[in-house]
Every structure is written in C-alpha cells, then in structure tokens.
Design a protein around this ligand. Sequence first.
Ligand SMILES: *Cc1c(COP(=O)(O)O)cnc(C)c1O
Length: 453
Amino acid sequence: MKVPHRLYLSEEQLPKAWYNLRADMPEQPDPLLNPATHQPAKLEELYPVFCEKLAKQEMDSTTRWFDIPEPVQEIYKMYRPSPLIRAYSLERALDTPAKIYYKFEGNNTSGSHKLNSAIAQAYYAREQGLRCLTTETGAGQWGTALSEACSYFDLALTVYMVKVSFQQKPYRKAVMQTFGADVIPSPSDTTEAGRRILAENPETGGSLGCAISEAVEKAVTSEGCRYVLGSVLNQVLLHQSVIGLECEAAFEMIGDYPDVIIGCAGGGSNLGGLIAPFMRDKILGKHDPRIIAVEPASCPSFTRGKYAYDFCDTGHVTPLARMYTLGSGFMPSANHAGGLRYHGMSPILSKLYHDGRMEAVSYEQTKVFEAAVYFAKKETILPAPESSHAIRAAIDEALRCKETGEAKTILFGLTGTGYFDMTAYTAFHDGTMKDYIPTDADLQKGFDGLPQM
Ligand SMILES: *Cc1c(COP(=O)(O)O)cnc(C)c1O
C-alpha cells in the first residue's frame, strides 16, 4: 500500500484522554521547590498562582490518563486531528532512502501547537469561576493561542509580550487584540518586577523569564485572576500529548513506527507531547526510537546548560524547578526563533535527557533558515523559525541515511507556520542574519546566578 500524502484520523479516532508520561517513568523528575524554604512545594502553595485542576495535574505523577473534558474535545474538533504528512517531495529532493513524516500543528490561527494547551487551561480557569488570566508570550504564538481560548470561554486576558518580539511582530499584537486580549511589551512599568528589571537594564529587549515574572505578579495582585504558562510545566506537556497520541494512531494505521523522532525544544512542550507515547514504548522496552531535541546555538539549554534547581523566571517569583538551565538571568541574543529563547527546559525532558533516554543538538540560525527555505520550496509550507530547527535536524538525518543506505522512518514535529516571521526571512535573504553563539564566559554569568542549594 502506498502511504497517502496526508494521514488524517477520523473525528471518532481523536484522543479522548491525555497521556501522562510521568506515570511510566521509572524515576521521577525532582519536585518543584518552594523558593523561600527549599522544601518541596505543596499543592496548596500553587493555588494562588495556578488554577486548582491545573495545579493538581502539575503535581500528579501517577495518574496515567486524564480524560479530556467534553468542551475541550469540542474545540479540538474544530482544528484537529492535525495531519501527519509524508514528505514525499522533500525525500525526492534529498534523494534519500529515508521515509520522512512530519506532524503539522500550524493549521489554526495561533499558527502553532500552543492552542492544544491554551484551550485546556482556559477551560479549567472558567470551570473554577475565574474572571481573568495573565501570561507571557515570546514570539507571540502562545499569546495568540491563549487569546483565542480566553475569548471562547469569556475570560479577560493580559499578555506580557517580550519587547523584541513586540517590536519585530506588530501584527501578532493585532491578532491578540482581535480576540480581546490586552497586550503589554515586557519589561514594562506596570509591575514591580518589570520596573526593577528596567532600572537595571533600561535598553533590554526583554526575555521570557522577565515576562513570566510580570505576568505572575499581575495575576497574584488581581482579583479572580490566575497565571498560565504555555510551556515547560508538566501540565502543558500533558495537554500536548494529543500530538503524540494522534501520531501513534496514524502510524498504526500505516503499519510503520518511527526510528528517529525529532522536535525543536524551547521549553519542551511540543517535543514532550510528540514523544510521549513513543518514549513510553522506549521505557517499557517495546521499541527503541532515537529521540532528538533541537535547540538554537544561541540559547543552548540542553547542550551547554547545567542540570540544576533554578527559577523559572528572571524576577524569581516562581517555584524552583530542577532542569537543564542557562540560569534565569541569562539573556539570549535577539535571535529570530522567539519561541526557543527560554533559559530552562521542561523538568520531564530534562530528567529523560539526564538519564540518557534522549539526545540533543543545537544549530546556528543561518543553518536553520537554509533548511526552512529548502523545506518551504519542496513541501509548500512556510515554516516557523522554531519548527525549522527540527527540519534542519531531520534533513541532516535523511542525508546521513543517504550515505549509509538506511531506509529509516523519521518523524519530526512541524510545530507552526512563519507568516509573522518575515523580518527574519528577509534578514536571511539579505544576508544580514548573524549567528550568535554565547562564549563560555557569557554562559558562566548565567550559571553564577543559579540559586545556592
Ligand atoms: C512556542 C513554540 C515552540 C517552542 O515551544 P516548546 O514548548 O518547546 O514546544 C516551537 N515552535 C513553535 C511554532 C512555537 O510557537
């Protein structure tokens, strides 16, 4: 049977529960710590910041399956299943014996996988009777996704948007405003944390870490309001498991199984979701796929970071998480993959990486954009710069297969589209795009700020 170009599941085949990989991990990621006491954070301590149901999901490492609430399934049906696409054209162009598949999550207005978790988080907030949410956004995909979800569930939303992205992508703001969100460039003078960061560094373009501090502060100082986060957290990886579960079902349909699974990693949510059922098979010894995280050379949390307890934000208001980190004070250069400019990494993926169950590579951005343009020309999709990290690694893997003659099955996550990233594409075409690689001394500054345990 020839595998069709696009593999769609039927509506009935859509996952009805999210899969919690922690339930099958032989060793758990280390617990979140209260930053004041350095003791494991208690569930109730999370309630002022997070919605209760989400806080419970965050702390739950034993429940294997969480039912996807009906109203969440209803919205998923508006844009899911996402297609699993066989990259026939790319394979031909590369003249590789490898079979390349990508799971395309860009088929919704947010232009990324982020909507999968935004809907869940807005739903639980609504269910708890909250009136408003706050969040941060880097490249803008998360802010857009959450704006969509909040307008659907009638919640007010304040988005702190990393200043460089705010300036690079004015239309992102317009989209969020269309869905009713209030968008503030961060750092701003609307919070203590923002004012402090501005006082120290007035010219800063901001970072996700700063924007998180501002959003958390705004949530805890506003009535009926909570903070939500678009990546890194266990709950977000849980919601994103729909990506992997759909892939698993589609591969079953065609009687194949990926040998190599590749995803870009910012905070780790798309990769964590994509690999969830495959990592389970690997842990249980049923299959042994290689799993590869791809990150920018300018923000190399996995490949050059330390596995340590650190704050999730620059303003040090969040619990401490043990993860691969560059230090919460690390300010990545203004590279064009806004969604990958985070200093830390999901504690779940950090643990798996630390235990040798997955690999990581980093690429400079010009190499990434070369791959993005090549892919666009062959597969007709204009990829997001973040996603293009995975494309680069997949192409390189396919080229290695060409050398060795191995017909491997490669699966990668195509997390989104790049329509709002044309400044970046233009810089690439003009030859003005630069590659920033932090020196060891640059990184040391970030490590020096790690909390003393
Ligand atoms: C946010 C984003 C990412 C990175 O976030 P993860 O949590 O690591 O998945 C990757 N691709 C796109 C398109 C994004 O919007």
